[in-house]
Ligand binder design. Structure first.
Ligand code: UGA
Length: 438
C-alpha cells in the first residue's frame, strides 16, 4: 500500500486515482474546483465514462479514495504526487502549461520531506525538466525530490479497462530511486505481465506524442485510401482488412470515417509539430495528417451536399455528435464540426446523441435536439450517421424510410451493407466503398 495524491480531478486524474485506489493504495484526489470536489463527494461524475462510477464508489466506501481541495494537505500527507491537470491547446496549438507550472510552484512551497512528482497528463518534451527547475527554485527548504514522467494511454470510453489492462506502462525517470518507487506503484500489473518501458523523462514524454501522432497517421492514411477507393471503385473496408492481416500493420485504427476528433489526437499532433519546429525539426508526416484531417471533413460535407442536392432550406438529420461512441465528449468532434459547416451553408439540423446532447448543445446551439433517432428523421431530407454508437447499428430502416422526406442516408462510419440499403430503396452513401455515385 502506498499513499498517492492525484492533483487535478479531470478525466485522467479521476480514472488514475480511482484505479490506483482499486490496487489497494490510499489515494487523495485534489482539485481547486470546489464544486467539482463537492459533486465527487456525492459520487456525481463530471463526465460520462463507462465503469468509472463503480470503481469510484467502491473505493470511496472502502475509504481508499478521498477528494480534497487543499493541495497543501495533499502534499503534507503524500510522498507520491501525480500531476494530472489539464494542458489545453492555446490559439497557436501549443499546450498551455500554466496549470502544470502553478502546481509545481505550490508543491515546492509546501513540501517538507522527499516527494516524487510524476507528470501524467500529456505535456511537450522538456516539461519534466521545467517542473524540476520550478520546484528547485521555489522550494522553501532543501528537501530532496524527483520528477518523473508516466504518460497516460487511456482511451475515452474504455479508460478503466485500459488502466487495468494496459498494452504497456511507460516510466520516465532520472534517478534509480524514482524508477524503483514508480515500478512498485505499478507492481500489481506485473501479475498480468504488462510490459514496462523504463527510460528517461524526455523519452517517456516523446513516446506519448509519437504514439498519438502515429494513431492519427494510421486513420488519416486509411481516410486517404477511402477517397482513392471511391475514385477507383474499390472497397476501403476490404483494403483495410487485407492490409491489417499483415501483422506488421495490424487491423486497428484502419476504419475510414469523417476524420479524427477528441481532445487528444488532433491536439497532440498539432503540439508535436509545434515543439518539433521549435527544436529545429520539421515533421512532414504529422503536418500532412493535420491537413488530411481537415480535408476529410470537407470531403464528407461535400458528399452530404451532393447527396441532398444543395443545402439551402434543407433539413439534415444527424445521429451522433460525440467524437466517438461511449463518451459525451464533443471536442473536435467531426459530427459537430461538419454540422457547423452544414448550418453555415444554409441547412437546418435535427440531431440526437445517446450521451452528448448537453455537451453538444453548448457548442452547437442552433441545432434542434431530439429525443430519439426516429424523431431526428421526421421531415428530414437526409439522415447522416456521424458516430457509430451501438444503438445506430440496428435501426428500424423501414420506419426511417417512411419518416424521411427522401430516403437518403450518408453513413460516415460504414455501419450498413450498401446492397441491403439499396434493395430497400435508400440512396445510400458511405465512405470509400465503391463509386461515389453508386
Ligand atoms: C486517444 C488514444 O487512442 C489513446 O491511446 C490516448 O491515451 C488518448 O488519445 C490520450 O492521449 O489521452 P481517444 O482520444 O479517447 O484516445 O480516442 P481514440 O479512440 O483514439 O479515437 C480518436 C479519433 O479517431 C476518434 O474520432 C475516432 O472516431 C477516430 N478513429 C479511430 C477513426 O476514425 N478510425 C479508427 O479506425 C480509429
Amino acid at each position: 500500500m502506498r499513499r498517492i495524491a492525484i492533483i487535478g480531478a479531470g478525466y485522467v486524474g479521476l480514472v488514475t486515482g480511482a484505479c490506483f485506489a482499486d490496487f489497494g493504495n490510499e489515494v487523495t484526489c485534489v482539485d481547486s474546483d470546489e464544486d467539482r470536489i463537492a459533486a465527487l463527494k456525492r459520487l456525481e461524475m463530471p463526465f460520462y465514462e463507462p465503469g468509472l462510477l463503480d470503481v469510484v464508489a467502491r473505493n470511496c466506501s472502502e475509504k481508499r479514495l478521498i477528494f480534497k481541495t487543499s493541495l497543501k494537505e495533499a502534499v503534507d500527507e503524500n510522498d507520491i504526487l501525480f500531476i494530472t491537470v489539464g494542458t489545453p491547446a492555446n490559439r497557436s496549438g501549443e499546450a498551455d502549461l500554466s496549470g502544470v507550472k502553478g502546481v509545481a510552484r505550490e508543491i515546492a512551497a509546501h513540501m517538507k520531506s522527499y516527494k516524487l512528482i510524476v507528470q501524467k497528463s500529456t505535456v511537450p518534451v522538456g516539461t519534466g525538466a521545467l517542473v524540476r527547475q520550478i520546484v528547485n527554485r521555489n522550494r522553501k527548504r532543501k528537501v530532496a525530490f524527483d520528477v518523473a514522467s508516466n504518460p497516460e494511454f487511456l482511451r475515452e470510453g474504455s479508460a478503466v479497462e485500459n488502466f487495468m489492462r494496459p498494452d504497456r506502462v511507460v516510466i520516465g525517470t532520472w534517478t534509480a530511486k524514482a524508477e524503483s518507487i514508480l515500478s512498485e506503484v505499478y507492481a500489481p500489473l506485473y501479475l498480468i505481465e504488462t510490459p514496462m518501458v523504463k527510460t528517461s523523462v524526455e523519452t517517456a514524454e516523446l513516446i506519448k506524442y509519437a504514439s498519438n501522432a502515429f494513431l492519427a497517421t494510421k486513420v488519416s492514411f486509411i481516410n486517404e485510401m477511402a477517397r482513392l477507393c471511391e475514385a477507383l471503385g474499390a472497397d476501403v473496408q476490404v483494403v483495410a482488412k487485407g492490409m491489417g492481416l499483415d501483422r506488421r500493420i495490424g487491423p486497428k485504427f484502419l476504419h475510414a470515417g469523417p476524420g479524427i476528433g477528441g481532445s487528444c489526437l488532433p491536439k497532440d499532433t498539432t503540439a508535436l509539430v509545434r515543439f518539433a519546429a521549435d527544436a529545429g525539426c520539421e515533421l512532414k508526416i504529422p503536418k500532412a495528417v493535420l491537413r488530411i484531417n481537415r480535408a476529410q471533413r470537407e470531403f464528407v460535407c461535400e458528399k452530404i451536399v451532393e447527396a441532398v442536392g444543395g443545402l439551402r432550406g434543407k433539413q439534415i438529420g444527424v445521429l451522433g455528435l460525440s467524437f466517438k461512441p461511449e463518451t459525451d465528449d464533443v471536442r473536435e468532434s467531426p459530427g459537430v464540426l461538419i454540422s457547423k459547416m452544414l448550418l453555415g451553408r444554409g441547412a437546418r439540423i435535427k440531431a440526437f446523441d445517446p450521451a452528448a446532447m448537453e455537451t453538444a448543445r453548448a457548442v452547437l446551439p442552433s441545432a434542434e435536439y431530439c429525443s430519439s433517432a426516429y424523431q431526428v428523421c421526421e421531415g428530414s431530407d437526409a439522415l447522416v450517421i456521424f458516430t457509430e454508437w451501438n444503438e445506430f447499428r440496428r435501426l428500424d430502416l423501414a420506419r426511417i424510410k417512411k419518416l424521411l422526406t427522401k430516403p437518403v442516408m450518408i453513413d460516415c462510419r460504414n455501419i450498413y451493407v450498401p446492397a441491403e440499403l439499396k434493395t430497400m430503396g435508400f440512396k445510400y452513401h458511405c465512405i470509400g466503398r465503391g463509386s461515389r455515385h453508386s
